[in-house]
Design a protein around this ligand. Structure first.
Ligand code: X8Z
Ligand code: ZN
Length: 579
């Protein structure tokens, strides 16, 4: 019983911190949204100001909370204090001028990236990243591919001065926050000893590396047949402009080159979408209906009113796809420059995974409105996209007839060209940045060390000798925008764990790659139980809710691709593996 005389209790210190950081976080989100959908000097300045204010407040609260007696706090409050310390991927330097400069440097790099154009040889127009990427995926002319690759990567030299300064400032901040450097801050965001993170990564990589090397050997063999041995040697690394993608991170567009088209080759989804005149919003509706079929609530009307689905013609925007919860609750939006392609159809599902996660944890306290870890956030939409099987496409009317099991290898090969091909890239981006932040890689070695890792993990080399001004890591969005990348490596492991577990919920006991959880609310219920936790509990608990296990595990990925693995082995035969 509450005594009628008792006074209303004052907000605790943790509640005060949470309320202030929420208000600042929302303001920053709005400023960043405007900046990203309308890149100008003014919007960039305003966004940077908001970010500095937000980061400084976070650092001040973290410092204050560190000095209080934790035994006076509830377990929930203790977790909130832990979260404040690692909630952001930057720490404001104590020095005021440095704190002002840091977000400006990042904004400047993002601006360069967002507005970079290149006019390929013998073309009349300057092209943006989407235009250049289209050539990379469609052309089979190695000279043109090399020119496009090189033209995009020229942006590195422009970005480099900002990047060097950003590394210095971000490290100042991280050290002021009690971390060794920015990389150490990033590794502290996984509910485990930060020194263990790389060991976990290494263990997962060892499990998947043999499959990657097999795929690499197969692709080298076929590219060598297609382009000739002078362009692609039968041994050694493959040149990076030949993978149909600017970063060699997804090789899916090589499929027609690798897999002899059979009479049963399934209809091309891109063609169907284009022929039907499907609009970007309709593409998003397909994604929404999938989540709704799992029993999740439909998207709010403001999502449709406020999202950006197409590149505006009259201004510069940051096209790299992202999902936002601007008020951290209902005001969810995505920002994409949607093209009518099969690839973008899947990216939409990826982004909506973020959106439905954000909606699922909207009732958690502000400090817990986040993924169990960042790899979970990246894995949700991809998990759903694994259910875009031919049978699913028939169900939703995007395919006339599902091909028989004779198409399985082609389907699995397409999936591997996206998922398995990605793994070494997902790993190396931050292994490189961790060393940059720790100082192990000095600025003069930025580019040679980047290529050392791309050779070591991906088996790739640059199309031509890189000059001393080159800074090729600067050609990747996440590097210039200060977005940690390890999350995608984890997501590529986790999504197969989730897919396997959800498939089992539906009673599926066939091969994993044929299962679609579309229209299975029992799978949705399991997924939602994990999503709605947000970051209120350590991630192994969240993982356990869906999969029954508490570790990230590459077993389900290997199981998914098992039928392909033996096929690849046959195809490669006695040809060399490795580089
Ligand atoms: O950046 C993304 C998403 C937005 S979170 C489109 N991805 C990584 C990339 O594009 O490099 C998804 C896969 C990896
Ligand atoms: Zn994402």
């Amino acid at each position: 019983m509450i005594s009628p005389k008792s006074k209303p209790s004052l907000p605790s210190i943790v509640e005060q911190a949470e309320a202030e950081l929420q208000a600042l976080g929302i303001e920053t989100g709005r400023a960043e949204w405007v900046r990203s959908t309308y890149v100008t000097t003014d919007t960039s300045e305003l966004a940077a100001l908001a970010e500095t204010r937000d980061l400084r407040a976070t650092a001040q609260w973290a410092r204050r909370l560190r000095s209080i007696d934790l035994t006076e706090l509830s377990p929930v409050e203790v977790r909130k204090c832990d979260r404040i310390r690692v909630a952001q991927v930057l720490w404001a330097p104590n020095d005021l001028r440095d704190a002002d400069e840091l977000p400006r440097r990042i904004s400047s790099m993002e601006g360069t990236y967002a507005t970079w154009h290149y006019r390929p040889r013998e073309q009349s127009e300057r092209l943006d990243l989407e235009g250049l990427s289209r050539i990379l995926s469609d052309s089979r002319n190695p000279e043109l591919l090399g020119d496009v690759w090189e033209g995009w990567h020229q942006l590195g030299a422009t970005i480099r001065p900002d990047f060097e300064r950003y590394v210095t400032l971000a490290n100042h901040g991280a050290r002021d926050g009690g971390f060794e450097d920015l990389g150490a801050l990033w590794r502290s965001r996984y509910d485990m000893d930060p020194r263990e993170v790389d060991r976990v990564v290494e263990g997962l990589w060892r499990e998947v590396e043999p499959l990657y090397r097999l795929l690499h050997a197969f692709v080298r063999l076929r590219l060598s047949e297609g382009y000739g041995k002078t362009v692609v040697r039968e041994v050694g690394p493959i040149r990076a402009h030949l993978f149909g993608n600017m970063w060699g991170q997804s090789w899916r567009s090589l499929l027609p080159l690798l897999s002899p088209s059979s009479p049963t080759a399934p209809q091309d989804l891109t063609k169907t979408l284009v022929e039907r005149g499907t609009s970007p919003a309709e593409m998003v509706r397909y994604g929404e209906r999938f989540f709704v079929s799992l029993g999740l609530p439909a998207l709010p009307s403001t999502f449709w009113e406020r999202s950006m689905f197409v590149r505006p013609q009259d201004r510069d925007v940051v096209c790299h796809a992202s999902a936002w919860a601007v008020d951290t609750r209902d005001d969810v939006r995505i920002k994409m420059c949607i093209e009518i392609t099969e690839e973008e159809f899947r990216v939409i599902h990826h982004e909506l995974g973020h959106t439905f996660y954000q909606l699922a944890y909207r009732d958690q306290p502000y400090l817990f409105r986040d993924g169990a870890h960042d790899g979970f956030h990246e894995a949700v939409g991809d998990t759903i996209a694994l259910s875009i099987t031919p049978e699913y496409l028939v169900q939703v009317g995007l395919l006339d007839q599902a091909p028989g099991p004779e198409n399985d290898i082609r389907f699995l090969l397409a999936q591997a060209l996206e998922k398995v091909a990605f793994l070494p890239f997902g790993l190396l981006v931050d292994r490189w940045r961790w060393k940059v932040f720790s100082g192990e890689i000095a600025p003069a070695d930025y580019n040679p060390s980047w290529w050392d890792l791309r050779l070591k993990y991906q088996g790739m080399e640059p199309p031509t000798e890189r000059g001393p001004e080159a800074f090729d890591a600067g050609g990747k969005y996440h590097v210039v925008a200060n977005v940690p990348y390890l999350r995608y490596f984890f997501a590529h492991i986790l999504q197969f764990q989730f897919h396997q577990a959800l498939a089992r919920r539906t009673g599926w006991d066939g091969p994993l790659h044929r299962c679609s959880i579309y229209g299975h609310p029992e799978a949705g219920e399991s997924l939602l139980s994990m999503l709605s936790l947000g970051s209120s509990r350590p991630w192994p608990e969240a993982l356990e809710l869906v999969t029954g296990g508490r570790m990230m595990d590459a077993g389900p990925l290997r199981e998914y691709f098992r039928p392909l693995e033996s096929w690849l082995r046959d195809q490669v035969g006695s040809a060399p593996i490795g580089w």
